[in-house]
Design a protein around this ligand. Structure first.
Ligand code: HEM
Length: 218
């Protein structure tokens, strides 16, 4: 017998997973991602991806700071997810000490960051962007890390972004994160906003990958 009545409303986390399934397949099938993961690119391509992620996470983590004080949203903010300092560490390794002058941010990454800045103080929109990135980093990100080690000779240095030392069991943490999403007490319109924004977040990620594919070819 199911634990839930058959007509129970699906949880937000289930709606997000189901509602972005096709977007996820499309994102992981982007040529830049496929080539990077297959070892057909080089360390510079990986470094360029890390640089684009810097501006996206700067915007996301500014939004986290704003949402932290939200009566409902504060439960979604976890210090152990914070990525900006580790991205900076990775960039210092990958580009050297002058990394701030060396990196070049693509318009697609600026547009993604601008969208987060535009809507990120609204809880449904924040939830969508945080879900898309952090649950992804804790999931596929771990596969990315292994492939970068294997193909591009990285051995931890340069890959701090994919390491969550304070989260030893990502499955347990992801379940907690999903419970927090499900406990946000959003109304119907807000749930619709989360789902639409999560799909947009995947599209913004794909646009960054498409732009990177123009620069890095096998
Ligand atoms: C290298 C490409 C990728 C691979 C191999 C990959 C792989 C995976 C896998 C295996 C899971 C399931 C983990 C689980 O159920 O515990 C997952 C979940 C997820 N991925 Fe990816 N992924 C990739 C790219 C992306 C990208 C580009 C995004 C978005 C920016 C993303 C966002 C997510 C999210 C949000 C989840 C959680 C789904 C849920 O349970 O609600 N992934 N990924």
């Amino acid at each position: 017998m199911s634990a839930l009545p058959a007509d129970a409303a699906p949880t937000l986390s289930a709606l997000l997973r189901d509602g972005t399934r096709d977007d996820h397949t499309a994102a992981e099938s982007e040529p830049f991602i496929e080539h990077l993961m297959s070892g057909d690119l080089d360390r510079a391509a990986y470094a360029d991806l890390a640089a684009q992620q810097l501006v996206v996470y700067e915007a996301l983590e500014e939004a986290s700071a704003a949402v932290r004080d939200d009566a409902r949203g504060g439960t979604l903010v976890f210090d152990e997810l914070t990525r900006v300092p580790v991205i900076e560490q990775d960039l210092a390794f990958l580009y050297g000490p002058a990394w701030r002058e060396e990196i070049r941010i693509l318009p697609a990454a600026h547009e993604y960051a601008a969208r987060i800045r535009e809507v990120g103080s609204s809880l449904p929109h924040y939830a969508a962007h945080a879900y898309t990135r952090y649950l992804g980093d804790l999931s596929g990100g771990q596969i990315v890390r292994r492939m970068m080690e294997r193909h591009y000779g990285l051995d931890g240095a340069g890959l701090a972004f994919y390491s969550f030392p304070e989260i030893p069991k990502s499955k347990v943490f992801k379940d907690v994160y999903r419970e927090r999403l499900d406990g946000l007490r959003l109304d119907g319109a807000e749930v619709d906003a989360v789902l639409a924004e999560a799909r947009l977040a995947f599209r913004l990620n794909r646009a960054v990958f498409a732009a990177l594919a123009q620069v890095h070819r096998p």
